[in-house]
Design a protein around this ligand. Sequence first.
Ligand code: HMG
Ligand code: MG
Length: 298
Amino acid sequence: ELPGRVTIVEVGPRDGLQNEKQAIPTRTKVELIDRLGRAGLKVIEATSFVSPKWVPQLADSTEVFQQIPKRPHIRYPVLTPNLKGLQRAIAAGAKEVAIFAAASETFSQRNINCSIAESLKRFEEVVEVAKEAQVAVRGYVSCVVGCPYEGAIAPAAAADVAARLYGLGCYEVSMGDTNGVGTPATVAAMFKECANAIPVKAIAAHMHDTYGQGCSNVLTALQMGISTIDSSIAGLGGCPYSPGASGNVATEDVVYLLSGFGIEHGVDMDSLVDTSAFICKALGRSSGSHVAQAMLAA
Ligand code: HMG
Ligand code: MG
């Protein structure tokens, strides 16, 4: 049965922009976040407090975070890979952070320069310090069905890392198809294993659209009772440590899909498409969203 309402976690300002090579002004990032909030998105992943050597595009995370005109009832989580990132995030005023692990050893090494086991050990302390500061922690697992370096990943490997993050105290674990290789078949097998390991309510779907399966995979998640969906405005995105990975499933496309079922999402499509046009113009590119392209052409 499909959920009656869905929470969309908008990851465009973070996942969407982290891989952009051109310099994006801080004020453009802040305006993007503000427009997304005005469009009705209630959870907006704003930036990352990672090493600026690893992700130069988000080196202005403190400025971005501080300049967001914070709206009531909107959450602005940020990515933190370690204690240093958490401390920077807290200093900037973050109330919610996300830690990120992987189901693939090679990807873990490439992305955060340590093994899966080392990352989980590191996150233990991050969660502890976050809890003391009353900062909520979300977890991510990358490469949940496939890895750009290792190929297919076993559902049990993804579910195991999800269970570990949940056990550390993450209130929710977002399952990331980092390079978008999943299909409804592989994604369903992975979510089934996860649902055996942690409550379905605590599972989120983070689908990339590299192979055009993003919306199909989101529908698969919905059919399995998952009601938190990550997506990115205009389908922006890609991970710098996942070569060739394209954007997340587009928020406009997810909203259109949800509306088709009458599932509540709280987002205004016209404002969303305006926001899509705004960021595409700023980046000098066309939208990765089918819906935005269709609506702007109509
Ligand atoms: P490292 O080089 O092993 O770290 O990187 P280190 O502790 O040895 O530190 C090296 C230098 O970085 C030091 O500076 C530290 O102070 C500094 P130096 O002494 O050389 O001047 N440093 C920091 N500076 C600012 N903020 C920090 C921080 N940490 C260290 N937090 C590290 C390890 C984890 C830091 C690095 O690998 C890193 O930042 N990785 C992040 C990569 C990343 O952001 N990837 C994209 C996000 S994940 C993703 O997109 C997937 C997802 O969307 C889900 C999906 O799609 O699957 C979430
Ligand atoms: Mg991602």
